[in-house]
Design a protein around this ligand. Sequence first.
Ligand code: DX5
Ligand code: ZN
Length: 221
Amino acid sequence: MTDYKIAPSILSADFARLGEEVDAVLAAGADIVHFDVMDNHYVPNLTIGPMVCKALRNYGIKAPIDVHLMVKPVDRMIGDFIDAGATFITFHPEASEHIDRSLQMIRDGGCKAGLVFNPATPLHYLDYVMDKLDMILLMSVNPGFGGQKFIPATLDKLKQVRQRIDESGYAVRLEVDGGVGIGNIREIAQAGADTFVAGSAIFNTDDYRATIDKMRAELAK
Ligand code: DX5
Ligand code: ZN
């Protein structure tokens, strides 16, 4: 049985009540808090940084925080998020000058490290770093905004990455981000994903528990 994890993206939460929103999705059965960091440079949007991560920890959030860095340069942010209480830190390889070093920095800081692939980013960035990864995140939309439509070509890419992970023998989570919801989570899981980011599909509903339960029911089919 695959250990599926649901990771609501707080990008779609009500930022004016962020602590309560995170409490609410966790109480509704979410496993991981997906935390989107955008810099208006690598992606055309601007969101939240280490201070907000730290604030969530100070507020009492104990769940894993999955920091998705959509920033360039990457390394300057890594130490700040380690100090802010991140659990996972993932970054886009083409935004880092030294991918191996960035991954090492994350693990040296006691966090779990991951690479993120945009829909058109090739998988060759995995070639020499499989042993340094705890997570591979495939974007199923172009990064920058919530509420976009899932790009179907991601399914084939997921299958390829699933095979690479299985052949490597390393314990690497395979996460998918963008346009994930009740209607497609099952086929995404069948393609090999085990960790599901969902922003608008959860936060734009009135009953977070009902939505997460429906996602789990799809995964259990
Ligand atoms: C997009 C972000 C996603 C986003 C997903 O760049 O990385 O995490 O919040 O939102 P939905 O689930 O609405 O597509
Ligand atoms: Zn994300």
